[in-house]
Write a protein that binds this ligand. Structure first.
Ligand code: KIV
Length: 280
């Protein structure tokens, strides 16, 4: 059965840990879904891992929509959340609602937006009141990289932890159904998680979050430009991909691919006619 934003809140009440992964294509979404992943995020991390850009700020709304449609077609049960890209919700409430609506029409059931400035809180209120569930994102927020100045851990002392808690509470009051906590010390995440009714989903947020999310290319070992400390690699897909491509090239170059079984063949008589023709 299709999971809903409300179901994700229920998981917190039931003490069920929430599983989340990013996906960017149909077949990955299909198998993550089959494996029981609760939330599939079409993360704007696809800027780097799927499109080869330097930062999430470079991906466009149109590009995000193509990936969202592919993922939505593969996810039968998981809640599909689409990341609203940089500058797709910052200009005005109208712009935010129009663009969020495009993600819902593309097959997502919710959107994720970063930050909790007074304006962002207004955006969350506007979207949720328009019938669009919103996931918040606090701690390290990649879309703000140019103002933050680097990949830094957030909430590194008690006062910074209170700041994140206050932002999280503002998002919760505005109607957000969950909040990603990125690169936050585990003690701080615990403190925040215990004080919210909506679930926290950690990425580098430690064990006490209500759920965990990772970039799928990191856990698959597919993206080799950078792998963060908090990502656990379960495979080395990049080596598998390399070895498969190398073996294929060898077979083609040595003339051992394709075999007869991998080819189409004529009936014997028709093949014989061609053979005789070649001999004349
Ligand atoms: O874009 C992304 O992949 C994210 C993370 C929280 C996984 O926002």
């Amino acid at each position: 059965m299709k999971k809903t934003a409300k179901k994700i809140i229920d998981f917190k009440k039931q003490g069920k840990k929430i599983t989340a992964l990013t996906a960017y294509d149909y077949s990955s979404a299909k198998y993550f879904d089959k494996a029981g992943v609760d939330i599939i995020l079409v993360g704007d991390s696809l800027a780097q891992v799927a499109l080869g850009y330097g930062s999430t700020t470079e991906v466009s709304l149109e590009e995000m929509l193509v990936f969202t449609k592919a993922v939505a077609r593969g996810a039968q049960n998981a809640l599909v959340v689409a990341d609203m890209p940089f500058m797709s919700y910052q200009v005005s409430l109208e712009q935010a609602a129009q663009n969020a609506g495009k993600f819902i029409q593309a097959g997502a059931q919710a959107v994720k937006i970063e930050g909790a400035s007074p304006y962002i809180v207004q955006v969350v209120t506007h979207l949720t009141q328009s019938g669009i569930p919103v996931m918040g994102h606090l701690g390290f927020t990649p879309q703000y990289i140019n103002t933050i100045g680097g990949h830094y851990v957030s909430g590194k002392n008690s006062s910074a932890t209170f700041d994140i808690l206050n932002m999280a509470r503002a998002l919760e009051s505005a109607g957000a159904f969950s909040i990603v906590l990125e690169m936050v010390p585990q003690e701080s995440s615990k403190f925040i998680t215990q004080r919210l009714n909506i679930p926290t989903i950690g990425i580098g947020g430690g064990i006490f979050c209500d759920g965990q999310i990772l970039v799928s290319d990191d856990i698959l070992g597919k993206y080799d430009t950078f792998c963060p400390k908090f990502a656990r690699q379960y495979s080395s897909l990049k080596d598998i991909i390399f070895n498969v491509a190398r073996a294929y090239c060898n077979d083609v170059e040595r003339g051992t691919f394709p075999s007869v079984a991998e080819s189409f063949t004529l009936d014997f008589d028709e093949a014989q006619k061609l053979e005789n023709y070649s001999q004349n």
